[in-house]
Design a protein around this ligand. Structure first.
Ligand code: PGA
Length: 230
């Protein structure tokens, strides 16, 4: 016990998270650091493929991602939903339509995340399943840049609902058949690895924080994901 406390007084926490988690994880680090002020944290925010590379090289303690790697031996636990939705500018002609057939998306200029992105992979899988080919007008490696491009009228895109912050009043979510693509955020770490005391404390902290957020949103809105960006 004494050793545990000592371990928590000081230490390092190395996290690497997919791009969509940046709307959530940094904010939650504040209260965690208040609980454990002696801990130094490094946080890498990058795409799915880079996370896999980091994991293979054993660079971090814990990872947050939406798709658990199939060919690496890992422990994982889902903790929050991460649905992917279709974003358009609020003035878009489809904005007022309901249950839009997915085929309609092939007529729209589309903004796609870069190769290596998990978002891109999930979108492509759904389009392949339904034989949809979209006209990729622009390829961009940043959710924020894609939101700006949508607002600027360049096209529509599919992004995590977590990227929609209150400051993005210029965008809306289209009600398209087969959307949202249902996904989760998982906490992941290599099976061969024993979590440090600090990493374990963070793991427990994050699970607890996520539970509270889900409970709060379920009681206030009846929707467990609507307000997950605290
Ligand atoms: P990405 O990951 O940043 O690689 O698109 C997001 C996700 O997989 O949900």
């Amino acid at each position: 016990k004494v050793a545990d406390l000592k371990g928590l007084k000081q230490g390092q926490l190395r996290l690497a998270v997919i791009t969509t988690a940046k709307y959530f994880i940094p904010r939650l680090l504040g209260p965690f650091c208040q609980l454990y002020p002696g801990i130094d944290i490094s946080l890498q925010v990058t795409n799915h493929e880079r996370i896999l590379e980091r994991m293979s090289s054993n660079l971090d303690d814990l990872y947050i991602m939406s798709q658990v790697p199939e060919n690496l031996d890992v422990n994982f636990e889902p903790f929050l939903e991460n649905p992917l939705v279709v974003f358009a500018p609020i003035s878009h002609p489809l904005a007022k339509e309901r249950n839009i057939p997915i085929q309609r998306l092939s007529n729209e200029p589309f903004i796609m995340r870069e190769p290596g992105s998990g978002t891109r992979r999930a979108v492509q899988t759904l389009f392949d399943e339904h034989g949809i080919t979209v006209k990729v007008k622009l390829e961009l490696g940043s959710n924020e840049a894609i939101k700006q491009a949508i607002a600027g009228g360049l096209g529509i895109s599919v992004l995590s609902r977590h990227t929609l912050m209150p400051d993005t009043a210029e965008l809306c979510i289209l009600d398209v058949q087969y959307f949202p693509i249902k996904r989760n955020w998982f906490m992941v770490y290599s099976s061969g690895k024993q979590l440090s005391i600090v990493a374990r404390a963070y793991y427990e902290y994050l699970l607890d924080a996520a539970k509270k957020i889900v409970a709060l949103n379920t009681t206030t809105t009846g929707d467990a994901v609507e307000k997950t960006h605290v």
